[in-house]
Design a protein around this ligand. Structure first.
Ligand code: AMP
Ligand code: MG
Length: 434
């Protein structure tokens, strides 16, 4: 790879590759501890324990059809031409306990899901009896003609067919989806142990920021990073804790940062570049072990990471995102999301990537890895990636128009229309495939 001093001299020395920065951040994270939670709250979380079945499922043999429970040996070779006549001695519906057994020459009318009575080993569906004809003719259902000789076990769901008592049903480490919620409910479980969600404290910094709902004065802007970051935290399974906006002075920053205590991760935005009012660096350095890095990527070059002392022995990992709204989101994507997923016990970076064809150029002016916001579509089985207009790290709407980040590697000055690109899919949904 060529060198990228570009006259920045000293400042470039701290420039890390994306991979190096990622490794350094990720070295601080592992799965959090388990908590017992109501079943529904486990959705999207990771099982902390193996789940073994406390029962047979189904608990008792039951019918797979509406029909007649019979003894297979009573109906050998039955057919429409040679029906077998059986005496109907009762009825059993789902949830009922059969009150009698099926003996030779008898049948019990049975509904789907109802327990198969003792003695019976086969269920003959209504359609394979003369029930409809009998009803139409006004005949009683005390007797029934079986029109089909069915083998032992037909339409009977044996006890334990799905799961046997004591059987391992779900492994620790499984991500709980609706199907797993259903499986655990079918075992009668009300609560389950999962790895808990991380609490992520979020602090915006900047004298120019106004909270949503306030009035803008000259030179001010609304704080969007708190919201895009909090929403990103929720989207990847964390619990955001809003610490508000800190002004660009030591006192306010130190005050607001106190509320970080007890969180699993703190995320700040802005104040980590080289400007006159970039206080976050100073505060973090004095209150923790903090590293400031430039990462060889665009957007999101400036990044801080380290641990903040919050009293006693407690240290909370802190990720200082850049202030520009797109940079903040892309840095979150590359570093915070994998950290949060790791704490959740999930695989850190499972975003699907695809190879697609660019429909417009991506420029790389200074040897950084470029993550260009693109709209990805498929046409005739090929992915096409269209850059979403101006790529400035302040243009937040370009993020909203994008469903992927197309990568231009460090060592390429540009990618042109028609070139192949690797794309990180931020959204992987139906809209991609219209
Ligand atoms: P800084 O890192 O403080 O130099 O900020 C870089 C840019 O990001 C500046 O244009 C800031 O106004 C902008 N910015 C910083 N924080 C936020 C925020 N919370 N929401 C929106 N824009 C921000
Ligand atoms: Mg600032």
């Amino acid at each position: 790879m060529r060198s990228h001093s570009h006259g920045h001299g000293h400042a470039e020395q701290g420039m890390l590759s994306v991979e190096e920065a990622y490794d350094r951040v990720m070295a601080s994270f592992g799965p959090l501890e388990p908590v017992a939670t109501p079943l529904m709250d486990a959705l999207g979380l990771v099982l902390a324990v193996d789940v073994d079945s406390p029962l047979d499922l189904p608990p008792l043999a039951n019918s797979g059809m509406d029909g007649y429970a019979v003894r297979s040996e009573d109906i050998p070779d039955a057919s429409p031409d040679s029906p077998r006549q059986l005496r109907v001695i009762g009825l059993v519906a789902a949830g009922q306990r059969p009150s009698q057994d099926v003996g030779p020459g008898t049948a019990i009318r049975i509904m789907t899901g109802a327990t198969v009575p003792g003695g019976a080993d086969t269920v003959v569906p209504f359609e394979e009896t003369d029930e409809v004809q009998r009803r139409q003719a006004g005949l009683s259902l005390d007797e029934i003609a079986i029109l089909s000789g069915l083998p032992v076990g037909r339409n009977v769901r044996p006890a334990g067919e799905d799961v046997g008592r004591g059987q391992r049903v779900l492994d620790a480490g499984t991500v709980v989806r609706p199907a797993e919620i259903g499986v655990m409910a079918s075992l009668g479980l009300e609560r389950v142990k999962v790895i808990r969600r991380p609490v992520v404290a979020i602090l915006a910094t900047g004298d120019e920021l106004v909270a949503a709902g306030g009035e803008l004065d000259g030179g001010q802007i609304y704080d969007s990073n708190s919201f895009s970051v909090a929403a990103s935290v929720v989207a990847c399974g964390g619990v955001p804790k809003h610490l508000g906006i800190a002004r660009d002075n030591m006192e306010d920053l130190e005050n607001k940062l106190r509320a970080v205590a007890g969180s699993d991760l703190a995320i700040t935005s802005a104040g980590v570049s080289r400007g006159d009012y970039d206080m976050v660096k100073d505060v973090l350095t004095s209150q923790g072990d903090m590293n400031f890095w430039s990462v060889r990527m665009r957007p999101a070059k400036p990044l801080a990471f380290g641990h903040l002392r919050t009293g006693g022995d407690e240290k909370v990992p802190l990720l200082g995102l850049p202030g520009n709204p797109v940079s903040a989101m892309v840095a979150f994507e590359m570093f915070a999301r994998p950290a949060i997923r790791t704490m959740l016990g999930r695989r850190p970076s499972p975003r699907p990537t695809v190879e697609g064809v660019l429909t417009g150029p991506i420029y790389n002016e200074d040897g950084r890895r470029v993550y260009a916001r693109v709209q990805v579509e498929t046409r005739n089985g090929t992915y096409y990636a269209t850059p979403t207009g101006p790529q400035g790290s302040n243009i937040l709407t370009s993020m909203s128009r994008a469903n992927g980040l197309a990568i231009c590697p460090e060592d390429l000055p540009h990618k042109q229309a028609g070139d192949k690109v690797r794309i990180i899919m931020l959204d992987w949904n139906e809209e991609v495939f219209v």
